[in-house]
Design a protein around this ligand. Structure first.
Ligand SMILES: [Mg+2]
Length: 296
C-alpha cells in the first residue's frame, strides 16, 4: 500500500523561518500559520496536517499553549508536534516532551536534520493512521467493521440520551443469501456482499451516518439525530438502490439479489443501545416474514 507524501503545518511568527522550512520540506505539502491562533485553526481544519512544526516563541499564543490546546482536543490530539526552538534548555525540552511533543528542532536549521526528523515522524504517523483504519474496516466489504459499529452505536446512543435527541438504526439483511452461496459459490457470494455494502454506504449522504458490516450477510446503519419516519425513507432508498444493482441470483425462482430492512428509533423506555438493536432485529424478522425485499 503506498502512502502519500504528507502534509505539514509550519507555525512560526517569523517569515524568514517559514521560508527556510518550506524550501527544506519541498517534498511535502506545506501549510503555514504565522500566529498560534492560526496554527490551532489550521490544525483542526477538515484536512488536518500529518505533522506540525511549531515555534515555541510567538507573540500572543505561544507554542506551548498551541500544543496544550491541540492535545486536549480529540480532533487534533493525535497529530505529532515537533517544537522549533533556539537552543532549548533541558527544562524547556522536558516541558515540551511532557506536553506531548514528539521531537525538537533547533534554530538555526540544519536542512539534513530537519528532513530526516520530519521523514521519521511522518512515516510513523502514516503507519499509525493505516493501522487505525485497518482496525475499523471490514476487509471484504471495505466498510466499517463490527468493532467500529459497536463503538459508534454506544457513543451515538449515549449522546442521544444526553441531549434527548432522536436516533435510528437499520438492520439490513441480504435475502436468500444461503442458496446464493450454495449455488453460485463463495466467490460470487463475496462479490455480492461487497456490492451490497458499497450500495448501502453510498445511499447515505450525511457525515454522521454510518454503515457497517454486522456479520455474515447482515449490515447495520446507525443514524444519529434521525427520527423513525426519516430512517424509513433512508431504508427505502437503500432497498431500492440494492435492487437496482440487478445482481443476478443463481436460484431461477429468484429474480435478483434484494435486501430486507428493519428500522428502529430510540424511545424513553430504552436505557441501553442493545434495546434499539433488538427492536431493529425484530422488525427485520417481520420484513422477512411478510415476503422479503421490503422495509418494516
Ligand atoms: Mg518565533
Amino acid at each position: 500500500m503506498s502512502l502519500n507524501k504528507g502534509r505539514i503545518l509550519i507555525a512560526d511568527d517569523e517569515m524568514v523561518n517559514i521560508k527556510v522550512l518550506v524550501a527544506t520540506l519541498s517534498d511535502y505539502e506545506t501549510v503555514i500559520a504565522k500566529t498560534g491562533e492560526h496554527a490551532v485553526i489550521k490544525a483542526q481544519a477538515s484536512q488536518p496536517p500529518d505533522l506540525i512544526l511549531l515555534d515555541i516563541n510567538m507573540p500572543g499564543m505561544d507554542g506551548y499553549e498551541v500544543c496544550r490546546i491541540l492535545k486536549n482536543n480529540p480532533a487534533s490530539c493525535s497529530i505529532p508536534i515537533i517544537f522549533i526552538t533556539v537552543q532549548a534548555s533541558v527544562e524547556d525540552e522536558t516541558k515540551g516532551l511532557e506536553m506531548g511533543a514528539v521531537d525538537y528542532i533547533s534554530k538555526p536549521f540544519s536542512p539534513g536534520i530537519v528532513r530526516a526528523r520530519v521523514a521519521n515522524h511522518i512515516e510513523l504517523k502514516q503507519q499509525r493512521d493505516l493501522l487505525e483504519k485497518l482496525n475499523v474496516t471490514d476487509p471484504l466489504t471495505k466498510i466499517a467493521n463490527r468493532r467500529r459499529m459497536d463503538d459508534y452505536l454506544m457513543t451515538s446512543f449515549a449522546q442521544a440520551k444526553r441531549s434527548k435527541s432522536d436516533m435510528s438504526l437499520l438492520m439490513v439483511d441480504i435475502d436468500n443469501f444461503k442458496p446464493l452461496n450454495d449455488l453460485a459459490g463463495h466467490g460470487y457470494g463475496d462479490e455480492c456482499l461487497y456490492q451490497v455494502a458499497q450500495a448501502i454506504e453510498q445511499s447515505l449522504s450525511r457525515p454522521n451516518d454510518l454503515a457497517a458490516r454486522f456479520g455474515g450477510e447482515e449490515f447495520c446503519v446507525i443514524l444519529p439525530a434521525t427520527e423513525l419516519k426519516c430512517a424509513r425513507e433512508i431504508a427505502e432508498e437503500v432497498r431500492k438502490n440494492i435492487e437496482s444493482l440487478q445482481l443476478h441470483h443463481p436460484d431461477e425462482n429468484i429474480e435478483r439479489v434484494t435486501v430486507s430492512i428493519g428500522c428502529s428509533a430510540i424511545d424513553d423506555s430504552m436505557s441501553e443501545a442493545i434495546a434499539l438493536f433488538k427492536q431493529a432485529d425484530e422488525k427485520l424478522y417481520e420484513a422477512k416474514e411478510i415476503g422479503r425485499n421490503c422495509v418494516v
